[in-house]
Ligand binder design. Structure first.
Ligand SMILES: Cc1cc2nc3c(=O)[nH]c(=O)nc-3n(C[C@H](O)[C@H](O)[C@H](O)COP(=O)(O)OP(=O)(O)OC[C@H]3O[C@@H](n4cnc5c(N)ncnc54)[C@H](O)[C@@H]3O)c2cc1C
Ligand code: SF4
Length: 549
């Protein structure tokens, strides 16, 4: 199989691959995107008006989730019992003495995991990019905030990000394209609580349109971004970067195409890829230039599975760093019941946020920051089934009466914190299990060090404090990363850096050795930031790569 007239082939169509395809197509470069997952049609696939909307979640389609395995996880420490997940209705969620793998949340599809993402659109805190030189942990980014800034702005324009006038340390060369969304009533309660504690609680910057924008309508505040946005106002990659790339005539996206191995030659150039098409046919495709954008779990899997005599330890693994430095989502949620009806199911998910503890030195005694946000939607406490199963017990008339009284009174504070790399967190190939194409599955090794748990303790304590100050101190449930691996943000398995001895790609995402190979996705992050959502940074980094070719 030939790439035809395509000059660049991209594997994966998520945040990294989609933004790279857009940037290249805008430059008049002919791009072919190979995507393992299916296409989703926002208007017919996201059935939020069906009666069963709450039970459905993000719709599954054949091939839309990949399989991974998990190495055994750490023993739980009795001294950290305040970090256990629990609910008033069901008690301890993890009944074992060991941390459990719950899920690596992701989507395989045209648009990647952004199809199901909430749509927070964050720039990294500038100081969180120098964690090694300032604090002796993780690695420094070989690119600084000032260099990324114009590309952040470009990505925000492509998406139509809505945000507030000022985000403190994150200085901007231009305003957000759209004004911030108004705070929901639930968020106003949280804001009042946080402000009574001396915290700033502001509108979040969101990839959801606050005004009609470039043919897409504004948000209707249905609250179901994680189930797929049926209006296209959420800035997932399919309706923004990829839509524009394809419309330019320079980009073709082939779905249902899984790359199983990359073939590299003697001359430090990649020759092409082995793939399986939607009908199960196996092919070899020449790749003049190749970009790998499969995400922080699947990119190292593909590279490690592409070992050959010229790259015996895996492709682009001359440093031995492919798969290493895996960073996950260090999260916490506390949900409480407010005494008044606050209609907390209304509004835009994660519409408000506090950045007060986001700088890497903002939490006393702990390196690495975190942020707090309104989180009732992500804790999936926005529908009657959730209330019936998790809040309101009993049957019959009593159940109905309580439901009428309680529905909409749950408030959640969510927190996400810095995840620092450690030697026990990495991705390798499972020695026993393969997928339908015979490719070894990625195996996730995850370990939380003491410093992560200290940060998590701060996040949990502050979340409870904010809820209490907001009037919702009667806790219903808490859920966190201590006793469950449950990640939506993953990073770091092909870290970028200036030194080929200790990094996989350079400051533009280009392989240190393989001349026509680049990696553009979450795997290149040298550190995770202080709880920021990663997609905007992945997209900005991909646009910067394009600017240099
Ligand atoms: C529920 C949820 C909520 C989230 N909320 C937010 C948020 O609010 N804000 C935010 O910024 N981020 C959020 N994220 C995270 C965000 O979606 C990811 O960080 C981002 O999409 C990662 O981009 P990526 O390019 O690294 O990988 P992905 O977007 O995961 O894309 C990788 C693509 O590569 C494809 N692929 C993999 N292997 C192969 C192969 N061998 N051959 C062909 N194709 C392949 C996959 O099918 C996939 O489509 C959320 C994620 C989830 C799941
Ligand atoms: S809340 Fe807005 S962005 Fe989210 S799914 Fe609903 S309409 Fe789309």
């Amino acid at each position: 199989m030939k790439a035809g007239s395509h000059e660049v082939v991209i594997i994966g169509s998520g945040a990294g691959g989609g933004a790279a395809a857009y940037g290249l197509a805008m430059k008049g470069v002919k791009v072919l995107v190979l995507e393992a997952g299916p296409r989703f049609d926002p208007f017919s696939d996201y059935r939020l008006s069906d009666e069963s909307w709450e039970k459905t979640g993000f719709p599954g389609k054949a091939g839309s989730t990949g399989r991974q395995t998990f190495a055994p996880m750490q023993e739980l420490d009795p001294a950290r019992s305040t970090l256990l997940s629990w609910s008033a209705a069901g008690g301890r969620k993890n009944q074992t003495e060991q941390r459990l793998p719950f899920k690596y949340f992701h989507v395989r599809g045209v648009g990647g995991s952004t199809l199901a993402f909430t749509g927070e659109a964050h720039r990294l805190h500038p100081e969180s990019m120098q964690m090694q030189s300032r604090f002796g942990v993780a690695a420094d980014w070989p690119v600084d905030y000032a260099t990324l800034e114009p590309f952040y702005s470009e990505a925000e324009r492509v998406i139509g990000v809505a945000g507030p006038g000022d985000q403190g340390a994150r200085y901007r060369s231009e305003p957000f394209p759209l004004p911030a969304h108004p705070l929901s009533y639930g968020s106003q309660k949280l804001a009042a609580g946080a402000e009574s504690l001396g915290m700033k609680w502001d509108a979040n910057s969101r990839a959801a349109l606050s005004r009609p924008y470039e043919g897409r309508p504004d948000c209707n505040y249905c609250g179901n971004c994680n189930r797929g946005c049926p209006r296209t106002d959420k800035g997932s990659v399919d309706v923004t970067f990829l839509h524009k790339a394809v419309a330019s005539g320079f980009c073709e996206v082939r779905s249902g195409v899984t790359v199983t191995r990359i073939e590299a030659g003697e001359n430090d150039r990649v020759k092409g890829v082995h793939l399986v098409d939607a009908a199960g046919g196996e092919h070899f495709l020449d790749t003049p230039e190749l970009i790998v954008s499969c995400g922080a779990v699947e990119t190292p899997r593909l590279l490690l599975n592409s070992a050959n005599p010229h790259a015996p330890d895996g492709l682009a693994n001359e440093s031995g760093q492919v798969g290493k430095n895996f960073m996950e989502t260090l999260f916490w949620t506390s949900t409480g019941l407010h005494p008044d009806p606050v209609g907390s199911y209304r509004g835009l998910p994660a519409d408000s946020i506090s950045w007060d503890f986001n700088a890497p030195d903002a939490i006393e005694g702990v390196v690495g920051g975190c942020r707090f946000n309104a989180g009732v939607w992500e804790s999936e406490m926005n529908g009657p089934i959730a209330y019936a199963q998790r809040v309101v017990g009993g049957w019959g008339r009593k159940h109905k009466e309580t439901m009428r009284d309680v529905f909409g009174r749950a408030l959640t504070v969510g927190a996400i914190g810095e995840s620092l790399p450690n030697q026990r967190s990495f991705i390798d190939l499972d020695p026993d299990q393969v997928d339908g194409n015979g490719m070894p599955l990625a195996r996730i090794h995850s370990h939380l060090d003491g410093s992560e748990l200290d940060r998590l303790e701060f996040m949990a304590a502050k979340s409870r404090e904010i809820l209490k100050a907001a009037g919702a101190g009667e806790l219903l449930e808490e859920y966190g990363a201590y006793d469950f691996f449950s990640s939506t943000h993953v990073f770091g398995t092909c870290r970028m850096g200036d030194d080929p001895e200790s990094s996989v790609v350079d400051a533009f995402g280009k392989s240190h050795r393989w001349e026509n190979l680049a990696i553009l996705d979450a795997s290149v992050f040298p550190s995770s930031g202080g709880g920021e959502s990663p997609s905007l940074t992945i997209e900005a980094f991909a646009l910067r790569y394009v600017s240099a070719i």
